[in-house]
Structures are given as structure tokens and as C-alpha cells.
Design a protein around this ligand. Structure first.
Ligand code: GLU
Length: 420
């Protein structure tokens, strides 16, 4: 991986960019806030269905625990690397801080293409990782959750492995579980919901109408597809283009977000959807002339080359790290408003927090309550970001988000005092 594509360097650059506007923050504290506290690297030897053995490298980075237990997902992807996991765990720290939930940040991943393995193989791989993680996780220590290519099924396996080995019931050891295994109403839709809410608040801040605004969504997994559905159903926006790894589909009058999701569910991709007028590449989608662009796939989707050609007025980062720092500078110069990932996609971890609270109380909320509380958290965080942006005269929403978040983490660190 080249330095310019290394997400861990991107995270560090984002922290430095914001720290430049925090003159009272000591340099040694900033240095601490730029590195993970610890990283587990483990090699899992797992039996395949045919009796052979395969070894999978896996990581868990615990970046910072000053505000509470480490918190963050586990992804299954062939491109998972130590530096990617470190970056993702750092973004979790500042994500939990900007929405002010009492967590630090962590992240894990297994280097694997899950499509190449059977369900029983995936179950053994996941349980093997959960066994390695057991001494590090717990509802007061580190709480995994879903991320790219993981979901309720994997979280249920992790919970069961942990509880079996510990001889206890502790559903709050992991979030994003199925409802019958202690999951929360509204968790699956939460990342898409916060993306919708952040876009709504941003359009209102700009004095623009989101109803009938045109939207392009890159990535049609959990975050992208639900963001598209909610933007369409709850705000009346027009989803003109969506994409996945197979390419992009486009219709100027609007695609039916729910019908596209069903089509992808049946066929495995969005390409070939009958309601589309034209098909494009992913890159073409990112530079379409739309009001709102939602990158909802992986890191580094928008680099400087693409940023120069972006025609959207607003970018809502449903993915983690989709815009590189250099691309951020280009977009700021071109007056494209970027809604930073640490706020935009924070709905997932916020409803994970609600799930954890419900698990600990053994008292479950209605979906209506979850959605109301989520809306309050996201709109309060948006307002706090805008206040910092305006009152401190900060150059971008990302810098404002990091400034608020870094201060919160630094205060918790400083208030803990020193211990020999
Ligand atoms: N993987 C999600 C994220 O990147 C959710 C994390 C969580 O719920 O802990 O924010």
C-alpha cells in the first residue's frame, strides 16, 4: 500500500489538521491520540469442510479507552491490513466522541474473502477469532460489532463463543446481534438512518430543500441501500444513481431504492436492474451532476483526481474514510460540503450503544424509541459541530468534528490524572 493510500496516515493527518486549531492542547497529548494503545495480530488455523487446514490472519486494534470501553466493528475482507484496522479503530474513537457516547474506539478484521467459504467454515473461522479475542473483550472492556461483510449472524456466533467459554450470559459483549439473541430494534438501519439525518440537517443548514434533491449512492450494502431508501421514503429525495462492485445504474427520474435492493438481493448485484435507463462505471457515478453524493463503500473512493471532477454540492460519508485528506483539500477549495464520516455514519455505533444499554438493563425499547433517541443524538452532534465551525471559524466540517471530538478525549485523559 502506498503512503498516499494508507488510511492510518490519513487518520493521523486528520488529527494534525484539527490539532492545529487547538492551541491549548499539549503536543505530547496529541501524539498519544494518534496511535493505538495496542494491536492484536493473530493467525487462526481453521479446519475446512474437506478436512484441510487454512490459516487466516486477523487483527484487533484497541486505539483509545479514555472515554470508556473500546468499541467498533469486525470486518471480513481480503484487503484488511494492520494499518487499515488501526485507522478504523482511531476513527471509532472520534466517532464515539463527536456523538458523545461513553466509549473509546477499537476495530478488528480478518483477511478473508467470505464469498469463498461455506457457512460452516465461516462459523469456525469466526468462533476461532472470538476465542482469540476472549481475554480482550467484554461488556466493560471491548465490544465488537458488525462492519463490512459481517452482520447479525457473526455477532451471534461471537456472543455464543464468549458466553460458552466464560460460562455466563453477557449479551452486551457484542452489539449488532439478531433481535432474538439480544439485538436492538433499529440497529440494522441505524447507519443509513444517521446518513439520512445528517444530510437532512446539512441541507437545512444550507437553506436548501432536500425534497426532490438528486442523489447518487456509491455502494449498495447495508449502509448505502438503507440511506437511499430513507432519503427517498422519508425526505422525498430522488435517487438517480446507485452502484456496487458490478457498476452503476442510472435513471434521471429516479430509481426505486427498495426495488433495487430487492433486485440486488435476488441477483447479487445492481447491474441489470430493469428500471435503469443507463449503466455507468463506479467512477462515473462519483462525478455525476447530483445535489448529494453518498459514498457508502470502502476507504479512498474519492482521491484528488475524482475530487477535481466531483459535481455534487454535498458529500455525506456513509463509509469510513471514503475521501482522502488531499481530496478533502480539493473539495474544500471547490466549496463542496463534506459531511464527515465520524458523524454521518455514527448511527451504527449509537444504536450499538442503545443495544448495550438495553442488554445491561435486560429491558428492551421499541423501534420508535430507538429512532427518536438516535435522531436526538445525531441532531445534537450536528448542532455542536456547526457551533464549533462557526464560532471558531474553522475551515471545514471535518476539522470542526475532530476539534470537538479530540477535545473530549483529551479532557477525559487529562482528568484521569497521572499514575506512576
Ligand atoms: N462498524 C460500524 C462503524 O464503523 C459500527 C460499529 C459499532 O457499532 O460498534 O461505525
Amino acid at each position: 500500500m502506498s503512503d498516499s493510500a494508507n488510511p492510518f496516515f490519513h487518520l493521523q493527518e486528520q488529527i494534525d489538521d484539527a490539532a492545529a486549531y487547538l492551541p491549548t492542547l499539549d503536543n505530547d497529548v496529541i501524539a498519544r491520540l494518534k496511535r493505538p494503545e495496542r494491536v492484536l495480530e493473530t493467525n487462526l488455523t481453521v479446519e475446512m469442510d474437506d478436512g484441510s487446514l487454512e490459516v487466516f490472519t486477523a487483527f484487533r486494534s484497541q486505539f483509545n479507552g479514555d472515554r470508556g470501553p473500546y468499541k467498533g466493528g469486525i470486518r471480513f475482507h481480503p484487503d484488511v491490513s494492520r494499518d487499515e484496522v488501526k485507522a478504523l479503530s482511531g476513527w471509532m474513537v472520534y466517532k464515539c466522541a463527536i456523538v458523545d457516547i461513553p466509549y473509546g474506539g477499537g476495530k478488528g478484521g480478518i483477511v478473508i474473502d467470505p464469498r469463498e467459504y461455506s457457512t460452516s467454515e465461516l462459523e469456525r473461522i469466526t468462533r476461532s477469532f472470538a476465542t482469540e479475542l476472549r481475554p480482550l473483550i467484554g461488556e466493560d472492556q471491548d465490544i465488537p460489532a458488525p462492519d463490512v461483510n459481517t452482520g447479525q449472524r457473526e455477532m451471534n456466533w461471537i456472543k455464543d463463543t464468549y458466553e460458552s467459554l466464560e460460562g455466563t450470559t453477557e449479551p452486551g459483549v457484542v452489539t449488532g446481534k439478531a433481535i432474538d439473541s439480544g439485538g436492538s430494534a433499529g440497529r440494522v438501519a441505524a447507519t443509513g438512518r444517521s446518513t439520512m439525518l445528517t444530510a437532512r440537517e446539512a441541507f437545512s443548514y444550507l437553506g436548501r430543500d432536500i425534497e426532490n434533491a438528486t442523489v447518487a449512492v456509491q455502494g449498495y450494502g447495508n449502509a448505502g441501500s438503507i440511506a437511499a431508501q430513507l432519503l427517498e421514503d422519508e425526505l422525498g429525495a430522488t435517487i438517480v444513481a446507485v452502484s456496487d462492485s458490478s457498476g452503476a445504474i442510472y435513471s434521471p427520474d429516479g430509481l426505486d431504492a427498495t426495488a433495487v435492493k430487492e433486485f440486488k438481493h435476488e441477483t447479487g448485484s445492481v447491474s441489470g436492474y430493469g428500471g435503469a435507463v443507463e449503466e455507468y462505471s463506479n467512477e462515473e457515478l462519483l462525478t455525476m451532476d447530483v445535489d448529494l453524493l453518498v459514498p457508502a463503500a470502502l476507504e479512498n473512493a474519492i482521491d484528488t483526481t475524482i475530487a477535481t471532477d466531483v459535481q455534487a454540492d454535498v458529500i455525506a460519508e456513509a463509509a469510513n474514510g471514503p475521501v482522502t485528506p488531499d481530496a478533502d483539500d480539493v473539495l474544500a477549495e471547490r466549496d463542496v460540503l463534506v459531511l464527515p464520516d465520524i458523524l454521518t455514519n455514527a448511527g451504527g455505533v449509537t444504536v450499538s450503544y442503545f443495544e448495550w444499554v438495553q442488554n445491561r438493563q435486560r429491558f428492551y425499547w421499541t423501534e420508535e424509541r430507538v429512532n427518536e433517541e438516535l435522531e436526538r443524538v445525531i441532531t445534537d452532534a450536528f448542532d455542536g459541530l456547526v457551533t464549533a465551525y462557526e464560532e471558531r471559524n474553522l475551515p471545514t466540517f471535518r476539522i470542526a468534528a475532530y476539534a470537538v471530538a479530540i477535545e473530549r478525549v483529551a479532557r477525559a485523559f487529562e482528568q484521569a490524572g497521572s499514575w506512576p
